[in-house]
Design a protein around this ligand. Structure first.
Ligand code: AHR
Length: 306
């Protein structure tokens, strides 16, 4: 645990209200939309003055937003870093200004003394869960299993870690081979485009592992347009479990989804209040998550919030 450096020093609104500057990655996926909504609603409910900035998946925009928050002397800065590297300078500036920084959703490779805590999923574990499902599915097969992987944004923690966890688990099975792996930038449009190219280049794809539902859903369009049946001719594993993904899972077009929970808003606001009050918070807060097969998706879909 660690206490905030320089809590309560920001100008806020001057009325005792906590001001939070939040720099969001963008609006690239259904997950991100749900995450933004959760943060905005939770801030409102907690009476926190939220200054929200959308970086459109560009690191330079996030750095500019954080610098602007420092200039405005907000009480706390939180952000979901688009990529892992390149944050040292701006995080040092926040520290020098006495403004505590909270990481949400994605990690950075900076010195941990530059931020108070990191709230978010264990992406390596998510990748392992995806790999484990595949290994279990094909446990009686000695035949080659050809896998294509749609990676998330290049250099982003979830792309690096989901690949790592997945490959770690399948590597004990010599018949399982990732025959192609390319970034689809976590978007539906890119997922479709990349899958179209992969289908042209490889006639023998057995499995698609997409690092999020949106890329998987884009790829499904490409698979259907190629005259193949997603979920049958090509088995599909994705990550997130947002509504559209869960619907495709329930319909049999996806085979397995590893959950990544976007509803971080309430937890974030609790952290912000504690940090502002100078209370201790855990250095790492890991989100609790599950997995879904087709039967479970059909069961939970009617009450799914996002
Ligand atoms: O960082 C979380 C990831 O970012 C989600 O899995 C993906 O959908 C989003 O774009």
């Amino acid at each position: 645990t660690l206490t905030a450096c320089g809590s309560g020093s920001g100008s806020g609104s001057g009325s005792g209200t906590i001001t939070l500057g939040f720099s969001q990655v963008g609006a690239e996926s259904g997950w991100r939309t749900a995450n933004t909504k959760s943060i905005q609603e939770a801030a409102k409910a907690a009476g926190i003055d939220l200054k929200f900035s959308d970086a459109q998946q560009k690191q330079e925009n996030q750095i500019a937003a954080i610098r602007s928050f420092i200039k405005q002397r907000v009480d706390v800065i939180a952000f979901s870093p688009v990529v892992v590297t390149g944050w040292d300078a701006v995080l040092k500036e926040a520290k020098a200004a006495g403004i505590p920084v909270v990481l949400t959703d994605r990690a950075v490779d900076s010195d941990p003394s530059l931020y108070v805590t990191f709230l978010g999923s264990d992406f390596v574990e998510e990748g392992r869960k995806a790999g484990q499902w595949l290994v279990d599915q094909y446990k009686d097969t000695r035949e080659p299993v050809n896998i294509v992987q749609l990676e998330g944004t290049v250099g982003a923690a979830p792309a690096i870690d989901r690949k790592k966890g997945f490959e770690e688990v399948i590597k004990a099975n010599p018949n399982m081979k990732v025959i192609a792996s390319q970034s689809g930038d976590f978007t539906r449009a890119k997922g479709k485009e990349v899958m179209q190219a992969l289908l042209k280049a490889h006639k023998d794809i057995d499995v698609l592992y997409a690092h999020n539902d949106d890329m998987g859903l884009g790829a499904i369009q490409a698979i259907e347009e190629a005259g193949l049946k997603p979920g049958q001719d090509i088995k599909i594993i994705t990550v997130d479990a947002v509504r559209d993904g869960m619907q495709a899972l329930a319909d049999g077009r996806i085979n397995f989804i590893v959950e990544c929970n976007p509803l971080l808003g309430d937890q974030l606001m609790d952290i912000v209040k504690k940090v502002h009050a100078g209370e201790k918070v855990d250095r790492r807060i890991v989100t609790v998550e599950t997995v879904f097969d087709q039967a479970k998706a059909r069961e939970v879909l009617p009450t799914r919030k996002y």
